[in-house]
Ligand binder design. Sequence first.
Ligand SMILES: C[S@@+](CC[C@H](N)C(=O)[O-])C[C@H]1O[C@@H](n2cnc3c(N)ncnc32)[C@H](O)[C@@H]1O
Length: 274
Amino acid sequence: MRPEIADNRANWDDRVPLHLASAFYDVPGFLAGRDTLPQVDVDGVGPVEGKSLLHLQCHFGLDTLSWARRGARVTGLDFSAPAIAAARDLAARAELAARFVEAEVHDALAATGGGFDVVFTGVGALVWLPAIRPWARVVAGCLAPGGLVWVREMHPMLYTIDEQDPEALRVRYPYFETDAPFTEDSPDTYANDGPDGPGVVAHGRQHCWNHGVGQLVQALLDEGLVLEHLGEHRACDWNALPGRMAQGEDGMWRLEAGADRIPLMLSLRARRPG
Ligand SMILES: C[S@@+](CC[C@H](N)C(=O)[O-])C[C@H]1O[C@@H](n2cnc3c(N)ncnc32)[C@H](O)[C@@H]1O
């Protein structure tokens, strides 16, 4: 395993208990029946009743289990052992049938056996991958003929913006994929609002990589998938550039009027020919 991936795994292991306790993930609400899937994902994937669905980088599986509630036969995969243990526990408590697999995303085909009708990745997955082409190979390999992959992600353009000077909306980081990661040391995480106050991530070192839209799309096309949908969006699920964004009645965050010059999220559906 690449040392950066090992760092990331230690970092994600530490985040699990903080996220489980957080209001952000609202596990009690989920267990009481809350659906964690935004309508845009439900529409993008289409009906899943009776279909096999692989959720790559599933964290502790709230979205995976929400697909199960909609009738999918779900498999969630993540490289974090505490995340997979928590996912199995939540499946049991929610009385949902689900398979959770502990594996690095590039080992997904061997770890799951492939043959899925749907491959799904939640928001905040692709930035943890050093290169998009090996990921696309894994996705295509895991799909059954006629199966689809649905991706909704932070747009790579948003990832280039200098977060320390959001006022300027200035490009600071590379848009295209580079082998050198963005490396950060932070004891914090985005969902650190549990009842006991903020906790500390002991393994703060983390590495991320950007992937341009063209690189993502071409990687999937080169694996023989057919592009069905590509969307670039002005709204995003979270307050990505604090001080510059306002939350709408739909709960989505947008750059203030006159500053909405860049896409914030992307969505994509591609299909393996039948
Ligand atoms: C931001 S989270 C995904 C969050 C998910 N959309 C949610 O809201 O629950 C990213 C996930 O990717 C997993 N991950 C990161 N790199 C990975 C890798 N190389 N292989 C497998 N899982 C990975 C982490 O353990 C984490 O659970």
